[in-house]
Write a protein that binds this ligand. Structure first.
Ligand SMILES: C[S@@+](CC[C@H](N)C(=O)[O-])C[C@H]1O[C@@H](n2cnc3c(N)ncnc32)[C@H](O)[C@@H]1O
Length: 339
């Protein structure tokens, strides 16, 4: 038995690290082939030795690589290493072979499309407002081809290291400037070149050529997954009201974008209040912002009934697993500030 977050990793191509293992039957030995089940209700106690009878789901078969004793003699925080090598996972996802990770950065196709739609050009000064872990930041930086730079912000200080690490891994760290900063509070008078991320510092208006806004969202498009941390109340709050948080970030993005600059807004949720409604809010409140028809159109049209006219719905891209089982749920809009 494994926990839900480990099972999600398995569905995405991972082997099983020992800390994610909840239970192993006593008659199983190292190198035995084992059926891997996920504990869907979080009821299986760690170290359980019988066949678990609770609600479970089979995510594939693997080969046990650590003795049962070694897995359960320590708390998970003191364990490391592979517990099971997956040999027959439910889904086959390609991994990156060791030694190639500096050349390849795995992302969903929707995420790579989002960054491509920015049409980054050499010497551009780009803002990635909600950047960690930095998937889009490193893609943007690579498109700068050694010129210009991208300022990557994340509100959470501890997440900044992940952006730095990924930028180093991909060899683009000289193009990336990272700051722990709340992107809803960026008012100031600095040019991006002079910004140091000090308390009270902010940017003047109209200073970025390109802006990526990939805000926190309900994440209802993320799949495969077995778990969500959202409770019913939180889900309801997103359904019933305009998500003020994304709108505050959007207002900053509009202020900071240069005339003729491009802003790409994306989320990994299906909730129209965080997608179409945010774009509609932007178009209604800023007459100098326009929706562009993306150069590459892979998604379906936006949903009607959330503030976008039919023409605008045809310009945004909605990726919906209900219509296409090959996709995650995602939303992308490309906007321009009219010069
Ligand atoms: C959807 S994730 C971004 C993923 C990232 N763009 C990528 O492609 O790797 C949203 C991020 O926004 C950050 N965040 C949340 N509120 C923020 C704020 N007010 N300012 C800046 N970052 C924020 C979260 O910490 C989280 O890392």
């Amino acid at each position: 038995m494994i926990d839900t977050s480990t099972a999600t990793a398995v569905l995405r191509g991972a082997d099983i690290f020992a800390p994610g293992i909840l239970a192993v039957e006593t008659n199983v030995n190292v190198d035995d082939k084992v059926a891997i089940m996920v504990d869907l209700e979080k009821k299986c106690l760690r170290g359980y030795s019988e066949k678990f009878q609770g609600l479970k789901f089979h995510v594939g078969n693997g080969i046990l690589k650590k003795p049962r004793r070694a897995i359960f003699s320590k708390p998970p925080s003191e364990l490391s290493g592979d517990g099971v090598f997956m040999v027959e996972p439910l889904y086959r996802t390609c991994g990156i072979p060791l030694g190639f990770s500096h050349l390849v950065f795995l992302q969903n196709i929707t995420s790579t499309l989002t960054t491509r739609l920015l049409n980054v050009e050499p010497n551009n000064i780009v803002l990635d407002m909600c950047a960690s872990p930095g998937g889009k930041t490193v893609h943007i930086a690579s498109m700068l081809r050694g010129t210009g730079f991208v300022i990557a912000l994340d509100k959470n200080k501890y997440k900044i290291d992940r952006i730095k690490k990924n930028a180093q891994l991909c060899g683009v760290e000289s193009q990336v400037r990272t700051y722990a900063q709340n992107a809803t509070k960026l008012e100031g008078d600095l040019k991006p070149q002079d910004y140091k991320g000090l308390p009270g510092q902010g940017f003047a208006a109209n200073v970025f050529d390109r802006i990526m806004l990939d805000p926190p969202c309900t994440g209802f498009g993320q799949r495969p997954t077995f778990s969500t941390t959202k409770d019913v109340q939180e889900v309801r709050s997103f359904r019933e009201s305009q998500p003020a948080y994304q709108i505050r970030l959007m207002a900053q993005a509009v202020r900071l974008l240069k005339p003729d600059g491009t802003l790409v807004y994306s989320t990994c949720t299906l909730n129209p209040y965080e997608n179409e409604a945010v774009v509609a809010w932007c178009l209604k409140n800023y007459t100098d912002m326009e929706l562009l028809t993306p150069d590459t159109m892979l998604g379906g049209p936006g949903l009607a009934g959330f503030g976008l006219e039919a023409d605008a719905c045809s310009k945004v891209q909605r990726f919906d697993p209900v219509n296409n089982p090959e996709t995650v749920g995602f939303f992308i809009a490309k906007l321009r500030k009219i010069a």
